[in-house]
Design a protein around this ligand. Structure first.
Ligand SMILES: Cc1cc2nc3c(=O)[nH]c(=O)nc-3n(C[C@H](O)[C@H](O)[C@H](O)COP(=O)(O)OP(=O)(O)OC[C@H]3O[C@@H](n4cnc5c(N)ncnc54)[C@H](O)[C@@H]3O)c2cc1C
Length: 335
């Protein structure tokens, strides 16, 4: 396995930032893990970073350790029982291509998650979600390799501790577990989720199935979200905050138009709305800015550095804190 030095990550992150990895390699086969572990023992102080498609990362600095690009690309149908089809996808598969492959097999369940950038292996990290569906709704188990022992463990959905944009792998033990594959269970009697804004309209007059819903979602996403190939971004930059019911009631009294969605003993509020109210939508400082249509999407207009983007994000965080007393948290990994 070739380990490169001072390797540019510019083409490997969707902000298009020219950060350098001190060391870099691509993992195509699991057999390469032992080689990497041996190499790491000779460099014990270097940090380790797993990289999928780089669509949920902001590189503020060069990365001082070893970046392992995960390209394990196996794909297989495991079988079925009375309720589900089971498929296993290697971590390195492109997420959207995998979703379309399941549809080609005649399987449903993942159609609402069409066109999310990135890889299968990163999807459990933040329990990706869109248009009323989250990854956890269709996961059977996550297969992950313990970087301390090289043993593979199967994590059940409960063990993954999936939550809103969160998981065990993201919050409890990052970098200990290399996700090698995800096993999905896809319902034989699908329940279509088409009540999200705009989806029904796209489906009018069409046969309702996984492919038509996937096509509708692709159409909506392409018309609304900036394409990283045209303008650098990582999708939503901030998580929707969860606040207490008491704080929600107090804010709602001051700002009656504020949208909110009750959760268990909390209320989820819209980060995009808060940012928009502070006047940040479409703002730009140098090449760092927010998207003209989406206050929530931080964009690189060309040559912004990671430091500039992060400083811009922090000004947004400060002004939302100031006006609403709510602390925004970034959704991507800031490195
Ligand atoms: C235009 C755009 C739209 C988006 N829309 C959505 C959306 O609708 N919903 C949503 O949830 N997200 C969305 N995202 C965010 C992003 O696409 C997802 O978080 C995606 O799952 C990231 O995949 P990736 O392979 O690019 O991960 P990366 O950015 O490479 O990595 C993300 C994290 O996962 C870790 N990681 C990656 N692979 C592995 C592995 N095999 N094992 C262990 N750890 C690993 C990394 O170390 C890092 O911590 C969007 C991003 C963009 C640019």
């Amino acid at each position: 396995m070739k380990i490169r030095e001072h390797y540019s990550l510019k083409a490997l992150n969707t902000f298009g930032l020219d950060a350098k990895a001190r060391y870099f390699c691509t993992l195509h086969k699991l057999s390469g893990v032992r080689t990497l572990m041996a190499w790491q023992q000779e460099h014990p102080d270097l940090p380790l970073l797993f990289l999928g498609g780089g669509s949920n990362m902001l590189f503020v600095n060069d990365y001082p350790g070893l970046v392992v690009q995960v390209r394990l690309e196996t794909l297989e149908v495991l079988g079925q029982d009375t309720d589900y089809h089971y498929v296993r996808a290697g971590a390195g598969n492109n997420w959207h291509e995998f979703v379309r492959w399941t549809i080609d097999q005649g399987f449903a369940g993942l159609e609402n998650l069409s066109l999310i950038p990135g890889t299968v292996g990163a999807a459990p990290m933040q329990n990706i979600g869109a248009y009323g569906v989250e990854l956890k709704d269709h996961v059977y188990e996550v297969q992950a390799l313990d970087w301390r022992t090289a043993e593979i463990r199967d994590f059940s959905v409960e063990e993954c501790r999936f939550a809103y944009r969160d998981s065990y792998f993201k919050s409890v033990e990052p970098e200990r577990w290399l996700i090698v594959a995800v096993v999905f269970r896809l319902p034989r009697q699908p329940q279509w989720k088409t009540d999200y804004a705009g989806v029904q309209e796209q489906l009018d007059g069409k046969v309702l199935d996984a492919r038509s819903i996937s096509d509708a979602i692709i159409h909506i996403r392409q018309s609304k979200l900036p394409d990283p190939a045209e303008i650098g971004n990582a999708g939503s930059f901030f998580k929707n905050p969860l606040i207490s019911v008491a704080q929600w009631e107090s804010l709602k009294a001051q700002f009656p138009a504020m949208p909110g969605w009750p959760q268990q003993q909390a209320v989820k509020i819209s980060a995009g709305w808060l940012i928009d109210q502070c006047g940040w939508k479409g703002q730009r400082e140098g090449d760092a800015g927010t998207h003209i249509k989406h206050a929530l999407v931080l964009v690189n207009h060309g040559n912004a550095s990671g430091t500039e983007l992060w400083a811009f994000a922090q000004r947004i965080i400060a002004s939302v804190q100031d006006k609403f007393g709510v602390t925004l948290e970034p959704e991507p990994r800031v490195l």
